[in-house]
Write a protein that binds this ligand. Structure first.
Ligand code: Y12
Ligand code: CO
Length: 173
């Protein structure tokens, strides 16, 4: 299965992802194809909508202390629901769908997540640190929300100008 990352300002990133109801081989094939794509592009999180499948599925692989992302650490999260949120933290976020841009974004420090795995089994996860931030970033994708939507008016304006210039240079090269 050949996947490519949908990049801003593509409108497909604005779709609200649909709940996964069938945990079949098609879902497994998609998840299996998302993982190598995320690894090849130095990602730590990827939602299915970012590869043009607007379903409530995402994968995460948070680097360990050595900066490694072994496949045992891969998290596959289907139909996530946040049940608890607390604290406040700030992190300079990036997104595979908004290449080359990083912005400080405020998030909850701790979250509790209820979700299903690739076979439909229900799970609970308590997250802090980078995992908590990544979960919130990826869950925003399921609602069609991007981290740049959380910027102040002035920062968003600056981003749009710089991004437009970057796209123009890319087109010309
Ligand atoms: C903290 C903050 C944000 C997240 C969401 C997941 N974000 C990513 O995985 C971002 C990956 C990323 C990778 C890049 O490298 C390449 O594309 C090769 C990158 O660099 C460029 O675009 C040049 C930018 C972002 C989780 C946790
Ligand atoms: Co993203």
């Amino acid at each position: 299965m050949k996947l490519t990352i949908v990049e801003y300002p593509d409108k497909r990133l604005r779709l609200k992802s649909k709940e996964v109801e069938v945990f079949d081989e098609q879902l497994h094939i998609l998840l299996d194809a998302m993982n190598p794509l995320m690894m090849q592009t130095n990602g730590i999180g990827l939602a299915a909508v970012q590869v043009a499948y607007p379903i409530r599925a995402l994968i995460l692989n948070i680097p360990d202390e050595e900066g490694e992302q072994p496949s045992e650490n891969l998290l596959e999260i289907i139909n996530p629901i946040m049940s608890n949120q607390s604290g406040e933290t700030m992190y300079q976020e990036g997104c595979l769908s908004v290449p080359k841009f990083y912005e400080d974004i405020k998030r909850f420090e701790f979250v509790t997540l209820n979700f299903q795995d690739r076979d439909g089994n229900t799970k609970t996860l308590e997250a802090d640190g980078l995992l908590s931030i990544a979960i919130q970033h990826e869950m925003d994708h399921l609602e069609g929300v991007l981290f740049i939507d959380k910027l102040s008016y002035a920062r968003r304006k600056k981003f749009e100008k710089e991004y437009k210039r970057m796209l123009k240079e890319k087109k010309e090269s």
